[in-house]
Design a protein around this ligand. Structure first.
Ligand SMILES: Nc1ncnc2c1ncn2[C@@H]1O[C@H](COP(=O)(O)OP(=O)(O)OP(=O)(O)O)[C@@H](O)[C@H]1O
Ligand SMILES: [Mg+2]
Length: 291
């Protein structure tokens, strides 16, 4: 009797295990069909919860836009994706091509094909754009054989700068040192063009651009968009979306994505603002007792 019980127990154990295995396999399958999967992400900054359960999946070739009022957590999400040490992941997961990137350094994340254009890029006095880009490329390329020889690098840089209508002398200037707002944004797109990432997160790359620069930057981004790239554009304005067409628009509010839709959602928000969404989804409004 005892033996039979033990046997039954063993069988149940293996059955459970195999169900778990299948579930795990299934999860991997879903995750690897997404380039980037953000799962129930909770993030705090200096002890304050900023992201409260963000879920988002981006597949190859998809263009997503993230909108939302000031302070809703958009940049926090971007910094967390890139592995900024000030942003603490309380729970949840970030998965790139089926593998969690939590715990990886920003460098290692870049090697996995992630690129972030910052809302406020920092200056690196004493380092020219050209040198910075060459070091960045050689850091990000996994294999020795992919590292770029100087002649090829120069050719590539020239070609990409032409695409972004940047003057060649620009490459000799120090990174973001004394750059105008528009020049900084263009330099970010140049960096993206040179690194050829698989997932790009652009945090307000459109802000501070005049109409001509916006068009050039958008053309630059459009030239990079293709079946292999997944892109998340963080923006406040519909105007960049006149040039870059997203398939998905999400609204972040109080650290959660509360509404998702197609390009028409951005147009609606431009007309109506966030009032209706705030009314429906903010914690305050949810706590109001309706009599
Ligand atoms: N390093 C930090 N230290 C302290 N608070 C922070 C830090 N980073 C973000 N926060 C706080 O987190 C909240 C979300 O900020 P975040 O920059 O992510 O908003 P955002 O949606 O990008 O806003 P905006 O549209 O103004 O760029 C804000 O209340 C902000 O003050
Ligand atoms: Mg921001």
């Amino acid at each position: 009797m005892m033996q039979l019980d033990n046997y039954k127990h063993e069988v149940e154990k293996t059955q459970n295990l195999s169900t778990l295995d299948t579930l795990e396999e299934k999860r991997k399958e879903i995750d690897s069909s997404s380039l980037l999967a953000i799962e129930d992400l909770n993030v705090s900054v200096e002890g304050k919860n900023i992201l409260n359960g963000v879920n988002l999946r981006i597949k190859k070739g998809e263009i997503h836009t993230l909108m939302g009022p000031n302070g809703s957590g958009k940049s926090t999400l971007a910094h967390t994706l890139m592995g900024h040490p000030g942003y603490k992941i309380e729970s949840g997961n970030i998965i790139i091509s089926g593998e969690s990137i939590i715990g990886l350094s920003p460098d290692e994340r870049a090697k996995k094909g992630l690129f972030l254009a910052f809302q406020y890029p920092t200056a690196i006095p004493g380092v020219s754009i050209a040198n910075f880009l060459r070091t960045a490329i050689n850091t990000v390329k996994r294999d020795e054989k992919d590292k770029i020889p100087i002649s090829k690098f120069r050719r590539l840089l020239k070609e990409k700068m032409k695409m972004l209508k940047m003057d060649e002398s620009f490459a000799r200037r120090c990174v973001n040192d004394g750059f105008s707002g528009g020049e900084k944004k263009r330099a970010e797109i140049l960096q993206m063009a040179m690194l050829e990432p698989e997932i790009a997160v652009l945090d307000e790359t459109d802000s501070g651009l005049d109409i001509d620069a916006l068009k050039i930057v958008s053309e630059g981004v459009n030239a990079l968009i293709g079946p292999e790239l997944g892109i998340l554009i963080i923006t406040h304005y519909q105007r960049i979306l006149n040039y870059i067409k997203p398939q998905f628009v999400h609204v972040l509010l109080e650290g959660r994505i509360v509404v998702s839709g197609g390009a028409e959602l951005a147009e609606k928000l431009e007309k109506e603002g966030y009032d209706l969404i705030k009314e429906k989804f903010t914690t305050e409004s949810r706590n109001v007792v309706h009599r």
